[in-house]
Design a protein around this ligand. Structure first.
Ligand SMILES: Cc1cc2nc3c(=O)[nH]c(=O)nc-3n(C[C@H](O)[C@H](O)[C@H](O)COP(=O)(O)OP(=O)(O)OC[C@H]3O[C@@H](n4cnc5c(N)ncnc54)[C@H](O)[C@@H]3O)c2cc1C
Length: 413
């Protein structure tokens, strides 16, 4: 093996998980190259909620203060009946004061988190970030790992290093290149996300994170800081609706169709201006393995879930930071058998992605959409009792904030 083969780590994907993993590697004095297919970080409406467990983890890499500064502190979240608007359960992260240095969630769009992590990483001379490099091929050799990227001019570039970390999202080329299965399922309905400047807090006392249950059309209402500009006076709001019809995309994404959904759910908001909308399919999948020889997966490359509960990015960041520490141990030669370390990474993160993220996100969706009236009443009653009982309230939050997930992972040998 040549020294050249072992002199850096290649991270594929500069989304939140790739960028934060790379930052940590750079902080550990490990040369790191990040390759991303896009010319710019997409500003599409995706993750916004950063949970307590993640804020605690991000403190260790120095990002939390800036995330709090740019974001909105969301201490409470609510469940309501959509038709009556009655709040049947409200949760308060403030009850986690003994468990977290950050007993709240922060609402900040994921592209802003990426920018914060990139600014921190760029301070290290051994950090490199190359945009418009689409990774097409991956080699997982005994002594090195290598990827080939293609740039818009059609030229190909080869990047060799000690390990490759695939943070290239749900359609991960890295995962597919290793023949790692991605079992799970795709929900029948699609989701549509709608953004506007309509102030739900002023109109109807909404918290910054709210779920509205209904057997036909559940929805969610979330506040985010939103883009800078004169039209943004007091933050932006997002609604998420399920789409159960097979009508063509141009119908579902038309203003008339979206407006009808808004009128149905929020009649008082009928004049709102739709600033953005996006229709997408929703999956629940976990990779068969998070590692193979010199290739590791983190974030959406290893697991994807519906966005109810805001757990995909959060659990992905926890993957990346866990993995970066293990790469650090291997890099410094503290453990002769690097493969044992990466097996431990797989044991610590993959089963818990099933146990916490998949199970909770599926349960969140089922609670909101419960169709059988008796079952729905029982579920809502259960939520109400959970919120009212201090012990159960806290236990619920320990899972929802992923604090339990991070702690349980750390205890797995
Ligand atoms: C509507 C919505 C709301 C959500 N809300 C939340 C939330 O509140 N909280 C939460 O935790 N999660 C949420 N999620 C999930 C969250 O968006 C994802 O879990 C998160 O983006 C995963 O980050 P990642 O870095 O693993 O992947 P991505 O963000 O998908 O980044 C992957 C990167 O890899 C690059 N890439 C892909 N292929 C290649 C290639 N071949 N070569 C080079 N680069 C490549 C892409 O350009 C991209 O930059 C939400 C998702 C949606 C859709």
């Amino acid at each position: 093996m040549s020294a050249q083969d072992q002199n850096r780590i290649i991270v594929v994907g500069g989304g939140p998980v790739g960028m934060i993993t790379a930052l940590r590697l750079a902080q550990l004095d490990i040369p790191v190259v990040v390759l991303d297919a896009q010319a710019e970080t997409p500003t599409a409406h995706r993750a916004a909620t950063t949970h307590s467990s993640t804020l605690d983890l991000l403190d260790t890499v120095g990002l939390t203060d800036e995330i709090i500064k740019q974001g909105l502190m969301a201490r409470y979240f609510q469940y309501r009946y959509r038709t009556t608007n009655e709040v049947f359960a409200e949760f308060d992260f403030g009850r986690l004061t003994d468990e977290s240095n950050h007993p709240y969630a922060v609402q900040l769009e994921q592209h802003k988190t990426v920018a914060i992590a990139l600014a921190a990483a760029e301070k290290f001379p051994h950090f490199e970030f190359h945009r418009e490099h689409t990774v097409t091929d991956v080699t997982n050799a005994a002594d090195y790992a290598e990827v080939v990227s293609e740039t818009p001019d059609g030229s190909k570039h080869t990047w060799r290093g000690r390990y490759v970390v695939g943070c290239d999202g749900g359609r991960s080329t890295v995962r597919k290149s290793q023949g790692i299965g991605f079992p799970g399922f795709t929900w029948e309905e699609r989701f549509i996300i709608v953004a506007s400047y309509f102030d739900y807090e002023a109109a109807d006392d909404y918290r910054y994170r709210n779920y509205l249950a209904d057997p036909e059309r559940w929805c969610s209402v979330f506040k985010i800081p939103g883009p800078a500009g004169p039209e943004n006076k007091n933050g932006m709001w997002r609604n998420l609706f399920p789409i159960t019809t097979d009508e063509p995309e141009e119908v579902i994404t038309s203003e008339a169709y979206i407006r009808a959904m808004i009128d149905d759910c929020f009649p008082y908001a009928k004049d709102l201006e739709i600033v953005h909308s996006n229709l997408y399919s929703v999956h629940q999948r976990v990779a068969d393995s998070f590692r193979k020889n010199r290739i590791m997966l983190a974030g959406d490359a290893g697991h994807i879930n519906n966005p109810l509960g805001g757990m995909g990015m959060n659990s992905g960041i926890a993957d990346g930071l866990n993995l970066a520490e293990k790469i650090g141990q291997a890099w410094r030669g503290e453990i002769a058998d690097d493969q044992a370390l990466f097996d431990q990474y797989d044991r610590q993160r993959r089963p818990l992605a099933q146990k916490y993220v998949q199970a909770q996100s599926i349960q969140n969706k089922e609670t909101l959409q419960a169709k059988d009236p008796e079952k729905a009443t029982a579920r809502f009653e259960e939520m109400r009792k959970t919120a009212e009982d201090p012990k159960r309230h806290k236990a619920f939050l320990m899972n929802a904030s992923l604090i339990n997930m991070v702690r349980e992972a750390a205890a797995i040998e």
